[in-house]
Design a protein around this ligand. Structure first.
Ligand SMILES: *Cc1c(COP(=O)(O)O)cnc(C)c1O
Length: 362
């Protein structure tokens, strides 16, 4: 057979949708032995006895069988672990990324708009465009608070079917004003999805009790809690909404090993909660240390801190040369000029981060 002719009428240039060809794939730098402070992972492994118990539990799983398509046991566990009110339903996702995709697919009527504050989580734009929606980003204020008049104006102008709000926001780390979000919920002509990926670090701030409101869905994940590798997320909201989304969920989207591990580890969630408590304490120490070396930083209710330095590309490279991987946002949005996002690591990793920053910036 002749080699593929990319320029032919049967190649991707001719056949893949233009808006997909214009996208950049979600970019992840390979860690290659670096201290990984780039992806908001919990830096702690499971304690050995719990890891062993998980091994035994996974060994008993019938991998020859398809998962329970209803996910009933796992949903019950999530309900208990996340305090989901009895009146609300749960939709299971292969990570919350998949939930975002399902919601966008469901709402992508011809011409429909998805709207989100920017800078925000990259997957909102990506999943909206992939679903065929028009995406509109509304700039935050310079301190990363919601620019409420601009946001309400954008709701009026673009009439979005879907509005994303990350609470706390990524990459800025702050919680938007509750009162502003309440007014957005009132004014929004469509569905509002509040993404609580960082709820474990936000001191109890949540919209979970309000998730029964007719146009509010709350999205959660166990990733930032310490189980990023499981790929397990969920949406919580009124049954009328989730019944529609359920039609788009692939029947076996959460595999049997993730479901079994998630069930066991959430039953032992005190271990994870202890780890997240330490991360919140260490976030405070890291903030103090950043202040002490004179690094501009923004308030965080998450497990990362956004900072601004004089020369972000140079600082990023300097950190990498010293064995530390962070995330640079320089060049991705005007409000993020010379910004780096630092995930809170172990005390030792944080100490090495501060030493490296001191020598780079000093
Ligand atoms: C990390 C993150 C997610 C993705 O979580 P997964 O469950 O791992 O897919 C969703 N939303 C925000 C705002 C995030 O930062």
């Amino acid at each position: 057979m002749a080699p593929a002719q990319v320029s032919s009428g049967r190649g991707p240039q001719a056949l893949v949708r233009e808006e997909i060809r214009a996208l950049q794939a979600y970019h992840v730098v390979p860690p290659e032995g670096l201290i990984k402070l780039d992806a908001m992972e919990n830096p702690y492994r499971l304690p050995e006895p719990l890891a062993a118990e998980m091994g035994a539990r996974l060994a008993s799983v019938a991998v020859n069988r398809y998962p329970d398509p209803t996910g009933r046991a796992l949903k019950a566990r999530l309900r208990e672990a996340m305090g989901v009110p009895a009146a609300h339903d749960i939709l299971l996702g292969n990570g919350s990324d998949e939930i975002l995709q399902i919601i966008a697919l469901a709402l992508a009527r011809p011409g429909a708009v998805a709207l989100a504050p920017e800078p925000g989580f990259a997957m909102y734009r990506l999943s909206a465009i992939a679903a065929g929606m028009r995406y509109v980003g509304v700039p935050l204020a310079a301190d990363f608070s919601l620019d409420e008049p601009a946001f309400l104006g954008a709701l009026e102008t673009h009439r979005p079917a879907l509005t994303w709000i990350a609470y706390p926001n990524n990459p800025s780390g702050n919680l938007f004003s509750r009162a502003a979000i309440e007014r957005i919920l009132e004014a929004a002509p469509g569905l509002v999805v509040v993404d609580e990926a960082y709820y474990a670090f936000a001191g109890g701030a949540t919209w979970m009790p309000e998730a029964g409101h007719e146009n509010l869905i709350v999205v959660r994940t166990v990733s930032k809690l310490g189980l990023a590798g499981l790929r397990l997320g969920c949406a919580i909201g009124p049954r009328e909404w989730l019944d529609e989304f359920e039609k788009l969920r692939l029947p076996y989207n959460v595999n049997v090993l993730s479901a079994a591990a998630g069930d066991l580890l959430l039953a032992h969630r005190a271990v994870l909660e202890e780890q997240t408590r330490r991360i919140v304490e260490d976030r405070g120490r890291l903030e103090e240390a950043l202040d002490a070396i004179g690094v501009e930083r923004f308030p965080s209710a998450a497990n990362f801190i956004l900072v601004r330095v004089a020369d972000a590309p140079r600082a990023f490279e300097g950190l990498r040369e010293r064995g530390i991987l962070v995330r640079t946002f320089h060049g991705t949005h005007p409000l993020l000029a010379h910004c780096l996002r630092l995930t809170v690591g172990t005390p030792d990793e944080n100490r090495r981060l501060i030493e490296a920053l001191r020598s780079i910036l000093g």
